[in-house]
Design a protein around this ligand. Structure first.
Ligand SMILES: [Cu+2]
Length: 174
């Protein structure tokens, strides 16, 4: 009798971490991933800036899980006069930034908007980018239409644990 109780206890104790794990993996990620048909927009974020900064940048990951090519044609936000897609590239050892008219997403492809690569340039900021706040950014696609996502403002680029690092944990210094 005693033996049976112990083995039941062990079994339920083993099940507990598995349940916790599932909760950790599903809720933070789905809290900040957006879907428009076959397009997925993951963790939109922008770097916090001093109050008078005239322009900022926003980043995210775009995934095309559909079977057809999709094209990002424009973006806009109520907090900026103008939003452009830019790409950084090294030209003769210098980092240059150029405007990109469209971003093509082949089927199954993931495009990372990140510092040093593609980014959404926010010109004529109407409000400061304060860490911990959010702002809307609308993306227009050629076929799927438009979607508005919430961009979180962070002090630092998200690390591997990006999805749980939206709270003040980010302020730790080494
Ligand atoms: Cu730029």
């Amino acid at each position: 009798m005693l033996r049976k109780n112990i083995s039941t206890l062990i079994r339920s104790a083993a099940a507990l971490p598995a349940i916790l794990c599932v909760a950790l993996f599903t809720s933070p990620a789905s809290a900040h991933e957006y879907q428009l048909n076959d397009l997925y927009i993951d963790h939109p974020w922008a770097r916090a800036l001093p109050p008078n900064a005239p322009a900022g940048a926003a980043y995210l990951r775009l995934k095309n899980r559909g079977g057809k090519q999709e094209i990002l044609i424009s973006a806009h936000s109520p907090i900026a006069e103008k939003v452009e897609v830019h790409e950084n590239s090294h030209v003769d050892g210098l980092m240059k930034m150029r405007r990109v008219d469209q971003v093509r997403l082949a089927p199954g492809v993931s495009v990372e908007f990140q510092p040093g690569g593609y980014h959404f340039m926010l010109f004529g900021l109407k409000q400061p980018l304060v860490a911990g706040e959010r702002f809307p950014l609308t993306l227009d696609f050629k076929n799927a239409g438009s979607i508005t996502v919430d961009v979180t403002i962070d002090e630092n680029a998200p690390s591997a644990s990006e999805h749980v690092a939206q709270e003040p944990m980010q302020h730790q210094h080494h």
